[in-house]
Design a binder for this molecule. Structure first.
Ligand SMILES: Cc1cc2nc3c(=O)[nH]c(=O)nc-3n(C[C@H](O)[C@H](O)[C@H](O)COP(=O)(O)O)c2cc1C
Length: 184
């Protein structure tokens, strides 16, 4: 059983990453295997809309980091996926990543996994950010374990958002109860 945290932010240690890490920490402490991946510094080319993936069942674009990260998503049981809010929606890097998962959609390759959404904003827009990611999870037939919204501008600010941190910890506990039902 594995929980994968995926931050779409271009800030490796940014608020999205830090709130995801709060959730992963709860899991790790309960002995659950976790992995964290940041899209910061990764090359993720945009979907070409070529629809060749309908036949190939995999994205035909080569020479970037999408495939290795998509494989990690395929290998996880729970995906904790987050984005900063950019203009009232998810950031472009995560959108590029998500669009290319159309290649996994045709055969329902991600169906049955569980998902948690993390959305960060400075002041407004995280609701729509969360809705966009929830749409991605729904389209791929994940079942939802909840959404955590946090507030912050500079890196690390979100750890001062006590409600968000508490909510993230509770969400981590929910994952633990799901994957390790007899854990105290
Ligand atoms: C291009 C850009 C657009 C942004 N748009 C919004 C916005 O619409 N609403 C908002 O509240 N914050 C906005 N922000 C602020 C970020 O959401 C905020 O700094 C967040 O904490 C960044 O998360 P990160 O550290 O995980 O990258 C924007 C920031 C950037 C760089």
């Amino acid at each position: 059983m594995k929980v994968l945290g995926l931050s779409g932010s271009m800030r490796k240690e940014g608020n999205t990453a830090q709130l995801i890490q709060v959730i992963l920490r709860q899991c790790k402490e309960a002995g659950i295997k976790t992995e964290f991946v940041s899209l910061a510094g990764k090359k993720i080319l945009p979907c070409l809309g070529c629809l060749k993936c309908k036949e190939k069942k995999w994205c035909v674009i080569e020479g970037d980091d999408w495939g290795s990260i998509a494989q990690k998503v395929l290998d996880c049981d729970v995906l904790v996926i987050g984005s900063p809010t950019y203009y009232y929606n998810i950031c472009g890097q995560l959108k590029n990543f998500i669009d290319r998962t159309y290649s996994l959609y045709h055969d329902h390759k991600l169906a049955g996994r569980k998902g948690v959404v993390v959305a960060i904003h400075a002041s407004a827009g995280a609701d729509r950010t969360a809705k966009t990611i929830e749409g991605f999870l729904n389209a791929h037939e994940f079942s939802s374990l909840g959404t955590v919204i946090g507030k912050g501008t500079d890196e690390g600010d979100v750890l001062s958002d006590a409600d968000a941190v508490r909510h993230a910890e509770k969400t981590g506990d929910r994952i633990v109860r799901l994957l390790r039902p007899h854990h105290d």
